[in-house]
Design a protein around this ligand. Sequence first.
Ligand SMILES: *[C@@H]1O[C@H](CO)[C@@H](O)[C@H](O)[C@H]1NC(C)=O
Ligand SMILES: *[C@@H]1O[C@H](CO)[C@@H](O)[C@H](O)[C@H]1NC(C)=O
Ligand SMILES: *[C@@H]1O[C@H](CO)[C@@H](O)[C@H](O)[C@H]1NC(C)=O
Ligand SMILES: *[C@@H]1O[C@H](CO)[C@@H](O)[C@H](O)[C@H]1NC(C)=O
Ligand SMILES: *[C@@H]1O[C@H](CO)[C@@H](O)[C@H](O)[C@H]1NC(C)=O
Length: 452
Amino acid sequence: MKLLNLSLLIHLCSLLLVSTQPTDQPPFSCDSTDPLTKSYKFCKTTLPINRRVEDLVSRLTLDEKISQLINTAAAIPRLGIPGYEWWSEALHGVAFVANISQGIRFNGTIRSATSFPQAIGIEARGVYNAGQARGMTFWTPNINIFRDPRWGRGQETPGEDPLVTGKYAVSFVRGIQGDSFEGGKLGESLQVSACCKHFTAYDLDNWKGINRFVFDANVTLQDLADTYQPPFQSCIEKGKASGVMCAYNRINGVPNCADYNLLSKTARGQWGFNGYITSDCDAVSIIYDEQGYVKEPEDAVADVLTAGMDLDCGEYLKNYTGSAIEKKKVAVSDIDRALHNLFSIRMRLGLFNGNPAKQPFGNIGSDQVCSQEHLNLALEAARNGIVLLKNDNRLLPLAKTEITSLAVIGPNANSSETLVGNYAGPPCNPVTPLQGLQSYVKNINYHPGCST
Ligand SMILES: *[C@@H]1O[C@H](CO)[C@@H](O)[C@H](O)[C@H]1NC(C)=O
Ligand SMILES: *[C@@H]1O[C@H](CO)[C@@H](O)[C@H](O)[C@H]1NC(C)=O
Ligand SMILES: *[C@@H]1O[C@H](CO)[C@@H](O)[C@H](O)[C@H]1NC(C)=O
Ligand SMILES: *[C@@H]1O[C@H](CO)[C@@H](O)[C@H](O)[C@H]1NC(C)=O
Ligand SMILES: *[C@@H]1O[C@H](CO)[C@@H](O)[C@H](O)[C@H]1NC(C)=O
């Protein structure tokens, strides 16, 4: 009897523990327990997404519409629609970028993440399900061609070869979005959304006083077709990317985000792109402010919306779309088109299907972040990525029995930050080269030698 009581008590305690745990569940629309949502056509999961989105957009006031055109989209409480953060990064694993992309945080149950594509998509869902993300649209991969070695962001890309970069794009996007390696498994629903950037011919930071914001790339049609576009075409056609980011720079005079030929005719028309197009951050404001391409801010808004851009990373569209409509430079139908693309993505992510815990991908838990399987994959990828260029006198592998002491010199030898690169989260279990050697040779003298 005593034993039974005890076990009952334990059982009760564990029940109590479960029920008092904070609910970290992320917000969602179309809660089936809310009687209001039953009347909304946009909540009817039996209807095709385009009909649902049409219904949703038709219910919005102009102010509500404008509030959805920027990366930090406002909540629309009267329709049960929570806010949404479009900007998250995940180039080297689900990323935290202090003071810029605020979509992800690592201060909850999940404190770190691994860094390879097949794992990123699963971990990104896991982070979202754990309530540590305000969105599932990741602005990755970077598939610009690394033609000029002085380009500071070259390390984000797989290199200078358009074919390799295209293949990398396809695998990256399929991995993140939850498609099979061969493609075609995905269908409509997205594990999380990937974004091919920066569209296009964007691979210069600062050269002879020209920076990326004002750079006007002089590209021949042949070079565009041979070099810069193939990765984007593959990313869209074969990878089925659900996002594209237009770049800051101009091409032959025209800003990328204001280029109808590029965004609508090529990407949507020729390549069949059916996702959303975001600007790079503040890329709309620079069209007027820094490039002086247009006469007034409303012209920049009109140019990007009629070109086919859907989302502004920044505040420019929030500030100037209303006046652009008043001045008859923008039609509400241009805004509706953008909203259609944006809400389609949120629906494909399952955010308008009621409780996400009951949806596909809803059961990806925090235990799948930094799982042994993902750590093994990261190790395998790292091993496959290492190239030994020189091995004089067969120095490597170090003879463990003969090497009794070692000097390790260099500022990056003990930096885990250097290991992950940019757009990364805190790595799961980083082992620096120094730490690796320390487990191999007992007597090690380490000196940074110089500062980084
Ligand atoms: C982020 O912003 C805070 C406050 O504005 C500032 O103190 C901090 O240095 C910033 N961090 C980075 C990495 O820029
Ligand atoms: C984590 O950070 C977010 C954003 O800064 C903050 O709102 C939240 O309260 C923090 N959560 C915890 C558990 O510290
Ligand atoms: C761009 O390239 C064309 C063809 O090579 C050339 O005629 C033109 O002068 C170039 N423009 C600039 C601004 O360099
Ligand atoms: C938008 O308007 C706000 C408030 O007036 C201002 O602080 C902000 O700088 C503006 N942003 C842009 C990009 O125009
Ligand atoms: C290497 O870095 C780790 C983690 O920051 C630190 O604990 C350790 O003391 C460092 N080792 C040396 C020799 O500086």
